[in-house]
Design a protein around this ligand. Structure first.
Ligand SMILES: C[S@@+](CC[C@H](N)C(=O)[O-])C[C@H]1O[C@@H](n2cnc3c(N)ncnc32)[C@H](O)[C@@H]1O
Length: 259
C-alpha cells in the first residue's frame, strides 16, 4: 500500500481504535503482548538497565512498554508525532474518565515483577509520576524533538514507530541515526518492532508499515553506531487470526548499546 505520512497520521489515526485492536488482552493478540511485556521485564527488571533519563520515541497512546522501565528510570520523556496520540496519553496521565483500561496489562506486569495484582493501581500511578513530559517528535527530522532541549538520555526505547514512520529502508536507517543523537554514548537502545509487516488497520483506516527482516534491523542498528547486546524474535503462531488488521510474521525485541 502507499506510504501514509504525517498528514494522514494527524487527520486519521484514531488512538482509541488503535488501543482496542493492538493493546487489549483478550483480543487474540495476548501472546504477542505477553512476549513484549516479558522482554521488557527481563531488560529493565533486577540486574537490567538502570539510569536517570529514558526517552520513548513514538509512544503513541500506549504505555505497556514503559511499565517495567519506570522501576529503573525515574525521568521518562514520552514523544509522538501525532497530536491526538499525545493528547490521549496526557488524558490518561490526568486520570480522565473514558481513557483506555490498562488494568489487565498492568496486572500482568505485576505478576512478572512478583508483586500482588491488587497493587496494580499503585503501579499505574508510579508510571504516571515518572512520565515527566509528553512532547512532539518527528523521527525523520535530523533533530527529532525540534528546538526543545532535553537532557541526553541514558536509555531510549522505541516500539513499532520507525517502521510506520519511514517509507523505505534508507529512511529507516536515517531516522534511527536521527533519534540516536538523543542518547548518551554508552546508553542503551531498546527497539521493539514487527517483521514482514506491510500495513496495519486502525478502525476503518489502513496505515503503511515498512516490511523488515531480522538482518535489515540488525544492519541498521549496527550502522547507527551500536553494538547489539540482546535480540529475540517471536514468531506469530496464528497469523490468520489477525490478518484483517496486520500481516506481520514476527516481533523483534532488540537491546543495543551506543558506542
Ligand atoms: C503503531 S504506533 C506505535 C505506538 C506505540 N509505540 C506502541 O507500541 O503501541 C506508531 C506510532 O508512530 C507515530 N509516528 C508516525 N510517524 C512518526 C514520525 N515521523 N515521528 C514520530 N512518531 C511517528 C504514530 O503517531 C504512532 O503513535
Amino acid at each position: 500500500m502507499d506510504f501514509t505520512g504525517g498528514e494522514i497520521y494527524q487527520s486519521s489515526f484514531d488512538p482509541k481504535a488503535y488501543l482496542a485492536s493492538f493493546c487489549s488482552l483478550g483480543s487474540g493478540r495476548d501472546d504477542i503482548l505477553t512476549f513484549r511485556l516479558k522482554k521488557c521485564f527481563q531488560t529493565f527488571g533486577p540486574g537490567g538497565l538502570k539510569g536517570e533519563v529514558l526517552v520513548d520515541i513514538g509512544t503513541g497512546p500506549s504505555i505497556y512498554h514503559l511499565l517495567s522501565a519506570c522501576e529503573s528510570f525515574p525521568h521518562i520523556i514520552a514523544t509522538d508525532f501525532t497530536d491526538r496520540n499525545r493528547q490521549e496519553l496526557e488524558r490518561w496521565l490526568r486520570r480522565e474518565p473514558g481513557t483506555f483500561d490498562w488494568s489487565e496489562i498492568v496486572k500482568t506486569v505485576c505478576d512478572l515483577e512478583g508483586d500482588s495484582r491488587d497493587n496494580w493501581v499503585e503501579k499505574e500511578n508510579k508510571l504516571r509520576s515518572r512520565i515527566k513530559k509528553v512532547q512532539k517528535c518527528d523521527v525523520t527530522e535530523s533533530n527529532p524533538l525540534g528546538p526543545s532541549v532535553i537532557p541526553l538520555a541514558d536509555c531510549m526505547i522505541t516500539a513499532l514507530c520507525l517502521e510506520t514512520a519511514c517509507s523505505d529502508i534508507d529512511e529507516y536507517c536515517r531516522s534511527l541515526k536521527n533519534i540516536t543523537t538523543l542518547l548518551k554514548p554508552g546508553g542503551h537502545l531498546v527497539l521493539i518492532g514487527v517483521l514482514g509487516d506491510s500495513f496495519y488497520r486502525v478502525g476503518e483506516k489502513s496505515f503503511f508499515c515498512l516490511p523488515l527482516d531480522e538482518q535489515t534491523v540488525r544492519n541498521a542498528v549496527i550502522d547507527a553506531g551500536y553494538s547489539i547486546k540482546d535480540m529475540e524474535l517471536f514468531d506469530i503462531p496464528d497469523q490468520t487470526s489477525s490478518s484483517h488488521i496486520t500481516d506481520s510474521y514476527a516481533n523483534i525485541f532488540l537491546v543495543a548499546q551506543k558506542k
